[in-house]
Write a protein that binds this ligand. Structure first.
Ligand SMILES: OC[C@H]1O[C@@](CO)(OC[C@@]2(O[C@H]3O[C@H](CO)[C@@H](O)[C@H](O)[C@H]3O)O[C@H](CO)[C@@H](O)[C@@H]2O)[C@@H](O)[C@@H]1O
Length: 578
């Protein structure tokens, strides 16, 4: 530590000249971009009444003619181990349709531009020719800060091997967690068009798929999402939390029993030298959580149950206590028609309210997503206990995937992703990110933006029926399934993968976009990048691990001059060690 501090002034001086030059160039670039993007800014459409023209949508107080008012949510915080579950209600979700433009031409985007990811061009570059890439996450600490390691940015992606003959739609049952790395601190416009990521291979070594836990042998048949925790930025121990999927199939590929989803931990170590990044470990896997059928629906209750996507964090208000959010469903037998008036969430005497019976008659009770919560019972994060779900979406949507807790300015945001096709009968919304804000990890969460929950949708036309893919319904919008599996990073940057743009399949990283996030509202920053689209796969670290000093030593020992491309790394180093 003492050595590191002594070196700081030398590097600060060495990079000062190049920093000034880079800053001037950046300012000029940003000014041109701002002027161009300001001109491109899309005017609010009439369907956005009564908030037309506002940068941030906020909460709908007066409602939209012809639609119900959204539910009132207080954002009040409750004890994390309490039994309060917030609701994303039908009244909330209907605000999406209420604020979409009813009169756009077929196939156009009917949703407010603040809430829509700009269209991805069909000539997008591919991150890697050998693997399909979809769900992606970063190396984070307990506060979800993103760390570079020894001067390398590292990401983890679900991958499927193209050379093994897998098509993009075969990916789920052959998913392996892969990792990619690239030098930290290089501006997106100075990187190759595909983000410049180097593929490092599978994270879990070959052979480790055969496991024994407490005397019982089992096979990991697919590795689903997904988070990676740097346990201590002063050393290299990392903890992978992922979903071990066991598909039980007969010779013809038919499911024999529901796939077993087990939230699992595996420990490893990250290593990096001047040339590359590699991992050791991940040979032993510890099953952490299986749905209990009491708080979270299990396979015996519903063969189509959802249980996956662990994300861990420490609550700043409860230091030393670690929590996990994950995707689940409300417990109970599939097909039991039991959504309540609270799930519908209409205000008393709302003339546009549906009755519970009307909703049950529509079959909406098959869709019962829940955002789950668990608490760690040991400091090694290897024992977890279920707590009551944080949010339910009964009779609203069946999947709230890859949830994450995002803590900003004292507010607790839950961001999650969902599909248009998993909405219940009578409610509708695009594929994309949904957000909820409260004042503690368990709160009466307020759905963001008009009270709807929609934060970042794919361009789509809600006047057109949802199809399962673009081919099935070309009128819908050629970009209705352009991206998915978004993850909100520090500073409001959002990464995701490309699914389908104008019938071209992706399996690669999307351009990063940037959200402004304020109180209960968010807006896509159209001045960021090119019309709101940043670099493909631009997933920057916002913190450097303490070992960045070793990287700088490497630079010196190899006589590498410290030019503009490394200023970010050196700055990160200086900031970290202030
Ligand atoms: O690969 C599994 C991980 O991916 C996640 C989030 O991206 O689940 C996505 C999910 O949906 C994809 O597959 C659907 C069927 O192929 C398709 O309709 C949809 O457009 C895709 O995004 O994958 C599962 C399995 O198919 C499905 O239930 C999900 O909605 C994540 O939750 C998984 O860990």
């Amino acid at each position: 530590m003492a050595n590191i501090r002594r070196k700081k002034p030398i590097f600060t001086m060495a990079v000062a000249g190049s920093l000034i030059a880079a800053t001037a160039a950046q300012t000029a670039f940003a000014q041109t971009q701002n002027a161009r993007q300001e001109a491109l800014r899309v005017a609010p459409h009439p369907g956005m009444m009564p908030h037309a023209g506002r940068m941030f949508p906020g909460t709908s107080l007066t409602g939209v003619p012809g639609f119900p008012l959204p539910t009132i949510h207080t954002q009040q915080a409750y004890a994390p181990d309490g039994d309060f579950t917030a609701r994303w209600t039908r009244a909330d979700a209907l605000q999406i349709k209420a604020h979409s433009n009813p009169s756009v031409s077929a196939g156009q985007n009917s949703l407010p531009s603040q809430l829509i990811m700009p269209g991805i061009p069909a000539d997008f570059p591919t991150i890697n020719p050998d693997v399909w890439v979809w769900d992606t996450w970063t190396l984070i600490d307990k506060h979800a800060d993103q760390f570079s390691y020894n001067g390398w940015e590292v990401i983890f992606c679900l991958t499927a091997d193209k050379n093994a003959g897998y098509g993009f739609d075969d990916r789920h049952t052959h998913a392996r967690i892969g990792f990619f790395y690239r030098r930290a601190g290089i501006r997106a416009d100075q990187r190759p068009a595909n983000g410049g990521w180097i593929y490092g291979g599978h994270l879990i070594p070959e052979g480790a798929q055969e496991q024994v836990f407490k005397g019982t042998a089992y096979t990991i048949t697919a590795e689903w999402s997904g988070s990676m925790r740097l346990l201590d930025p002063r050393d290299n121990k990392v903890s992978l939390f992922y979903t071990d999927m066991a598909f039980n199939r007969d010779a013809s590929g038919q499911d024999i029993t529901p796939a077993q989803a087990v939230i699992t931990q595996s420990l490893g170590q990250i290593h990096a030298d001047f040339n590359h990044v590699w991992f050791t470990g991940f040979t032993t896997h510890t099953p952490l959580l299986r749905p209990d059928g009491v708080l979270y629906q299990n396979g015996a209750q519903n063969p189509y149950y959802n249980f996956r996507d662990p994300f861990t964090f420490e609550d700043p208000n409860h230091p030393g206590v670690n929590y996990m959010v994950f995707e689940g469903n409300t417990a109970g037998q599939r097909g039991v028609a039991n959504c309540t008036a609270e799930d519908l969430g209409y205000r008393p005497n709302d003339p546009h309210a549906e009755t519970v019976q009307q909703v049950l008659d529509s079959g909406a009770y098959y869709q019962k997503a829940a955002i789950g919560l668990a608490v760690a019972e040991d400091s090694s994060l290897s024992k977890w206990k279920f707590l009551t779900p944080l949010i339910s979406a009964n009779c609203v949507n069946d999947q709230t995937e890859r949830p994450q807790m995002y803590i900003k300015n004292g507010k607790y945001y839950i961001f999650t992703i969902s599909h248009r096709t998993t909405y219940a009968a009578g409610v509708d919304g695009p594929d994309g990110v949904y957000g909820f804000v409260g004042n503690g990890i368990r709160s009466d969460f307020q759905p963001m933006n008009y009270g709807s929950g929609l934060v970042l949708g794919n361009p789509t036309d809600l006047n057109q029926a949802a199809g399962t893919d673009y081919d099935a319904n070309p009128l819908q919008n050629p970009r209705a399934f352009q991206s998915y599996s978004h993850y909100v990073m520090p500073g409001g940057l959002v990464e995701s993968f490309i699914d389908t743009v104008e019938n071209r399949r992706g399996g690669t990283l999307s351009p990063t976009v940037k959200l402004g996030i304020r109180a209960d509202a968010s807006a896509v920053d159209l001045r960021y990048g090119n019309g709101g689209l940043g670099g493909y796969g631009d997933i920057p670290a916002n913190r450097a691990d303490i070992n960045v000093s070793a990287f700088i030593q490497d630079l010196i020992s190899q006589n590498v001059s410290i030019g503009p491309n490394t200023t970010g790394q050196v700055n990160a180093f200086v900031n970290t060690n202030k």
